[in-house]
Unconditional design. Structure first.
Length: 257
């Protein structure tokens, strides 16, 4: 699932180290981005590894959607420790015990001074804030609610939180207080087997003045036995796409940060 270039590590050949989560195997892989050659960076069996991020020291933080845990490894990988385990990182969904989608802790990112880690909880439609004290995790609290299928997440330099809402096909942006300041993107149907706009947006990354967004276009019926408003549309998708939107909050005359 999640993937990102390590901010400090290089491979033996000098190339940047790409970390990729293998959801099925319960591993984080170290991948050569040019050849695809891969080795195990960290092994965390028995859960649902989903997204990852880094602190300034290069430590790696990995969300576990099924166990409600944020795992942490040292910059070189190896043994992972449970940095934070909390009921707020698990999901009961709405109504109780019917999570939709059935994932807890998902997208992760630090604010600009690394005083807190922000975690999307997909099934609960929340963003959770975990205080960071030194290298340790502090209390977990609900930062904001009602982001429909909160998935991928990033925090900009002004501490605005950008969240993929995978069940409402949009990007929700909140300020540092949790107040919504923008809802960006839309779904405009399926054309020739490809989604037009956003369909189950699952992750996002910034590059310059653009935000790039993966469209998972996932039909949840085979997984949950339940239909979502996008299920039939997702079933029509034959080509998965990446969308982009301006890194700009409407009403601002400049890029977001």
């Amino acid at each position: 699932l999640g993937l990102a270039f390590h901010p400090t590590n290089r491979l033996a050949n000098g190339r940047r180290q790409l970390l990729v989560i293998d959801f099925g195997a319960g591993n984080v892989l170290s991948v050569d981005p040019m050849t695809g050659a891969a080795t195990v960076f960290a092994e965390i069996k028995g859960g649902g590894l989903n997204a990852l991020t880094f602190d300034a020291k290069g430590n790696v933080y990995i969300s576990d959607s099924f166990r409600g845990v944020i795992w942490r490894t040292k910059p070189a990988g190896g043994d992972a420790v449970a940095w934070k385990s909390d009921p707020l990182l698990q999901t009961v969904g709405f109504p109780p015990l019917v999570s939709f989608p059935p994932f807890g802790a998902n997208g992760v990112d630090f604010n600009h001074d690394e005083s807190a880690l922000f975690v999307a909880n997909t099934g609960n439609d929340t963003v959770v804030r975990i205080a960071k004290v030194g290298d340790s995790a502090g209390d977990a609290t609900v930062f904001t609610n009602s982001i429909n299928g909160a998935d991928g997440l990033l925090v900009d330099r002004d501490d605005n939180v950008w969240v993929c809402a995978n069940q409402s096909d949009e990007i929700v942006v909140t300020d540092k207080t949790g107040k919504v300041v923008a809802k960006l993107g839309d779904f405009d149907g399926v054309r020739d087997g490809s989604p037009v706009g956003l369909l189950f947006p699952a992750s996002l990354v910034r590059r310059g003045e653009w935000i790039y967004i993966t469209n998972l276009s996932l039909d949840l019926r085979p997984i949950t036995g339940q239909q979502s408003v996008d299920s039939q549309w997702a079933a029509r998708v034959k080509t998965h796409t990446i969308s982009r939107i301006r890194f700009r909050i409407p009403g601002n005359s400049r890029d977001a940060d």
